[in-house]
Design a protein around this ligand. Sequence first.
Ligand SMILES: NC(=O)c1ccc[n+]([C@@H]2O[C@H](COP(=O)([O-])OP(=O)(O)OC[C@H]3O[C@@H](n4cnc5c(N)ncnc54)[C@H](OP(=O)(O)O)[C@@H]3O)[C@@H](O)[C@H]2O)c1
Length: 318
Amino acid sequence: MKPKEILVLGASGQLGRHLLRKLTKKNYKVTALTRNIHTKGYILKSQANAGWLDIVELNKFNYEKLEKIFKNKDICINLIGILNEKNKSSFNNIHSLLPKLLAELSKENRLSQFIHISALGVESAIESKYAKSKLDGENQIKNIFKNYTILKPSIVYSVNDNFTTMLFGILKLLPIFPLYYEGKTVFYPLHVTDMCEIIEKVIEKNLIGETIECIGPEKMSFKKVIESILKTLEIKRFLLPMPISIANIFATLFELIMKNPLITKDQLILLKYDNSPSGKYKTNIDLKLNSEFKYFDREIAKYSYMWKDGGEFAKSKI
Ligand SMILES: NC(=O)c1ccc[n+]([C@@H]2O[C@H](COP(=O)([O-])OP(=O)(O)OC[C@H]3O[C@@H](n4cnc5c(N)ncnc54)[C@H](OP(=O)(O)O)[C@@H]3O)[C@@H](O)[C@H]2O)c1
């Protein structure tokens, strides 16, 4: 039987590289799109056996070029997302206009499924530009193509993330760490392999016309996340509740001077709202999409040694 052809956008990111391994092992033929084959090709190439992965460079989302790439594809998976706006990469372009274009192309090419990754909790945080653009993207897709599957994850973590790895770095360096909203914001962290299993299952079960909220097994406040990281690193830090007015001054400064700001004003708005299931949609747990879950403390311990004194030699037996 001819293997299903899957087009993956944003394949070099945290979710993408794990997903490529999973999909190609399951005998799906994957075409991975990247903006820069010279810098990302080596990451992508090593994720799959020869013959199961094609890498295509595309740095402008030009309709004609994308139209050619869409020919003969069965499924499209969009993993492209940004946390900060830079130059032409605005939230509106990346989270709203691009998904709209992909939904149109999926319809035109009669794909069996278009899987789009949005984010959990964006309905409540609507004053955030990030949240608004993610929600607009979801609505555009639903209006255009009926074979959609929208997945809305809470924080996704792994050794390749921009979340725990950044926190490890900062907490190791600074004696004091700021807590916004007293660290009470709630998350349901989901390990990247659990998120990839959800994507694999929605393909296998052909779950179309569905919006699914994706959560991990533990409800954790932001403060609990920080405390877990400190415990893993075996260090103590002073956790300082920071008023939002002061946090906004820092965020403005970071945005002015840093290419990848530690925190932005928009992220401060997002942190005001819990990252919890809305109750409006089914979750991965309701749909029994995971065979088992990974747990935060145990997983971060596997890569925390990189930030510990002694590095490799600080590895504890798990
Ligand atoms: N990680 C989380 O905690 C989390 C939580 C909720 C939702 N999500 C969503 O899940 C999706 C995947 O997340 P992830 O953690 O795998 O993201 P990631 O590691 O940041 O990867 C995203 C990929 O998108 C591509 N990309 C980034 N900026 C782009 C731009 N301006 N134009 C075109 N392509 C661009 C990049 O691929 P190339 O450089 O190869 O082009 C990048 O590798 C995103 O939509 C994200 O918003 C993630």
